[in-house]
Design a protein around this ligand. Structure first.
Ligand code: SF4
Length: 190
């Protein structure tokens, strides 16, 4: 097992524990309702690596998804979150209204649920924009945990779009790079 594998194994265990702590409550989300998959979403490289490894192992890291990530990464890099929200840019893993990486989706996606009319999840339908940016306490705690884990690797947590995180994870794994150098990778061209 490489040091990166060991770090990721510990991180995945933490992620699973936090996902299990998310309250199970009556929600109004329905299959095929994808409003929140158009919200600005950032994740860490650790969640990016977890998602990439799932997609790769399941042979879901296809040219279609990779190309969607390259396009999404170009469009969202440096984009103001409010513009991103109002532009309704779909997540690159959203294919035919289904999440391609559902089993390994980020904690933010798991924590974001609707308890009222899903209609109002779309900003264009008069939804509450402040609520669309709200972070669940478990997600905040995970971000702090990630920061501590990455500090041990002499780097820090950056919020990356799902596309940027996946493309960086691909580079990191294929170049056998260490986490310490991941910032150099996400700054490069995709
Ligand atoms: S990772 Fe999946 S659940 Fe999360 S925004 Fe993308 S498509 Fe939606």
């Amino acid at each position: 097992m490489t040091p990166l594998d060991r770090t990721l194994a510990g991180f995945r265990a933490e992620l699973a524990q936090r996902a299990a702590k998310l309250p199970v409550e009556p929600i109004s989300c329905k299959i095929g309702c994808t409003a929140c998959c158009h919200y600005p979403l950032t994740i860490s490289i650790l969640e990016g690596l977890t998602l990439y490894s799932y997609l790769f192992k399941k042979r879901l890291w296809t040219d279609l998804i990779r190309n969607a990530c390259v396009e999404h990464s170009k469009r969202t890099w440096d984009l103001h979150p409010l513009v991103w929200l109002l532009a309704k840019l779909p997540c690159p893993l959203l294919v035919s209204d289904r999440c391609f990486g559902y089993q390994a989706r980020p904690l933010s996606c798991r924590a974001r649920v609707s308890k009222s009319l899903p209609h109002y999840c779309a900003p264009q339908s008069g939804g509450n924009i402040a609520e669309m940016f709200e972070l669940h306490p478990e997600v905040k705690d995970l971000w702090e945990y990630e920061q501590r884990l990455l500090a041990k690797q002499k780097t820090q947590r950056f919020g990356l779009s799902v596309s940027k995180a996946l493309l960086t994870a691909e580079k990191l794994v294929s170049k056998h790079e260490t986490l310490r150098n991941y910032a150099y990778l996400f700054l490069g061209n995709d």
